[in-house]
Design a protein around this ligand. Structure first.
Ligand code: 6XA
Ligand code: ZN
Length: 343
C-alpha cells in the first residue's frame, strides 16, 4: 500500500502544550512520524510519495471560509499585535456568550476559532496543516483511481477540527475532506471509521446532519476523556443524518476484547449502510502504554483490527491521527496497515 507523506509537517512544532497546568513539550511532535516512516520502510509496506499541492476546492466545500482565512493569517496578526509567544487561546465563547460577532482583535479571534487551549499555533502551522491535507487528498486520489487502499501519513492530525474550530492538535479535518472527495467523485455513500482513542468530534460535527456519510467512532468515554463535550452514545445524527452517527464510548482500562466487539458492531453497521468507500481515522493511542489515553490494546491487537476492517472489502483511505507512545507508534500503525493488507 502506498503512503502519502509530506516533510512539511515539520513546519508545525510548537514549543509548548498546556497540560496539567504546565507547559510541556507537545505530545504531538514531529518525531512521531519518524517512527512510523522507519517502520514502513523496515516492513517494506510500499512506496512513500510526497503529495502534490493541496486542492482547496473540496476543502472549501466543507470548511468555513472565515476559519480558513483565520488559520492563514493568524500568525502574522498575532505578531503584529506584539504578542511574544506562540498562539494559545485564552478566552473562548462559553455558555450564554455570543458567537454571532467575531472579534476583531487577534486574541479574541483566536478564542472564537479554538475549542481547546492545549493546542498552539506557530509560524508554520498553516503550511503544515495544508501539507497534511495534501497527503490525505493524494491518498484519496490513489484509492479513487483503483488502489485497494492508501495510507495518508498526516501530521498534524485532523479529526478534532470542525468546520470552524481547531483544537486537540488538529487544524484541518483531513479524513472529512477525503470522505467528501469520494462523494464529489460520485460515490453515494461513504463511511468514516474513527479508531483513535479520542472521539472524532470534528468529523462527527461536520457530517452530523448528513445521511450520505456514516460516522462511527470508538473512543474513551467523554465523561472521562478529551474532548469531554461530545462523543456520547446517544448522539445519533440529526435530520437526514439521523442514524448515521455511531458512538462507542468505553471505560478506562478497556482491553481489546470489548473494543473489538465495538469495532465489529461498527463494521456491521457500515456494511448495512452500504458504503462504497471507507476512510479510517487511524489513531493508535488506544495502545496500553499511551501516555495520554486509557485503553489496553497491545501491538498485535492493531494487526487484528486491520484484518477486521479489511473484511468490509471497501476501497480504504487511512488518515493518521493520534498515538503518543513514541517508540511503539510505528509498529502499532504499520500493524493496522499490514493486518489490512494480509487479510
Ligand atoms: C489534549 C488531548 C488531545 C488529544 C489529541 C488526540 N488534552 N486526539 O490524540 O486524537
Ligand atoms: Zn487521539
Amino acid at each position: 500500500m502506498k503512503t502519502c507523506f509530506s516533510e512539511d509537517h515539520r513546519l508545525h512544532f510548537p514549543q509548548a502544550e498546556l497540560a496539567g497546568g504546565q507547559f510541556v513539550t507537545p505530545y504531538e511532535r514531529p518525531s512521531r512520524v519518524e517512527y512510523i516512516l522507519a517502520r514502513l520502510k523496515e516492513r517494506g509496506l510500499g512506496e512513500i510519495e510526497a503529495p502534490g499541492p493541496v486542492d482547496m476546492g473540496p476543502v472549501h466545500q466543507l470548511i468555513d471560509h472565515g476559519y480558513l482565512e483565520f488559520l492563514e493569517t493568524a500568525w502574522d496578526a498575532w505578531k503584529a499585535a506584539g504578542m511574544a509567544g506562540e498562539i494559545i487561546a485564552a478566552g473562548v465563547p462559553a455558555r450564554r456568550m455570543r458567537t454571532d460577532r467575531i472579534p476583531r482583535y487577534i486574541d479574541g479571534r483566536v478564542g472564537y476559532y479554538c475549542h481547546a487551549s492545549e493546542t498552539a499555533i506557530t509560524r508554520g502551522t498553516w503550511s503544515a496543516a495544508l501539507s497534511s491535507m495534501a497527503s490525505a487528498q493524494s491518498a484519496q486520489r490513489a484509492v479513487a483511481g483503483g488502489a485497494r487502499a492508501a495510507f495518508a501519513l498526516c501530521r498534524p492530525p485532523g479529526h478534532h477540527a470542525t468546520s470552524d474550530q481547531y483544537g486537540g492538535y488538529c487544524f484541518l479535518n483531513n479524513a472529512a475532506v477525503a470522505a467528501e472527495m469520494f462523494r464529489l467523485d460520485g460515490a453515494p455513500r461513504i463511511a468514516v471509521l474513527d479508531i483513535d482513542f479520542h472521539h472524532g468530534n470534528g468529523t462527527q460535527d461536520i457530517f452530523y446532519a448528513r445521511g450520505d456519510v456514516l460516522f462511527a467512532s470508538l473512543h474513551g468515554d467523554p465523561m472521562e476523556a478529551y474532548p469531554y463535550f461530545l462523543g456520547h452514545a446517544d448522539e445519533r445524527g440529526t435530520g437526514e443524518g439521523e442514524g448515521a452517527n455511531l458512538n462507542y464510548p468505553m471505560q478506562p482500562g478497556t482491553p481489546y476484547g470489548p473494543w473489538a466487539e465495538a469495532l465489529d458492531d461498527a463494521i456491521a453497521r457500515i456494511r448495512r449502510f452500504g458504503a462504497e468507500a471507507l476512510v479510517v481515522s487511524l489513531g493508535v493511542d488506544a495502545y496500553k502504554d499511551d501516555p495520554i489515553s486509557f485503553f489496553r490494546l497491545d501491538s498485535p491487537d492493531f494487526a487484528d483490527a486491520g484484518r477486521r476492517i479489511a473484511g468490509l472489502g471497501l476501497p480504504t483511505v487511512f488518515c493518521m491521527e493520534g498515538g503518543y507512545a513514541i517508540e511503539a507508534v510505528g509498529v502499532n500503525t504499520v500493524n493496522v496497515l499490514e493486518g489490512f493488507e494480509d487479510a
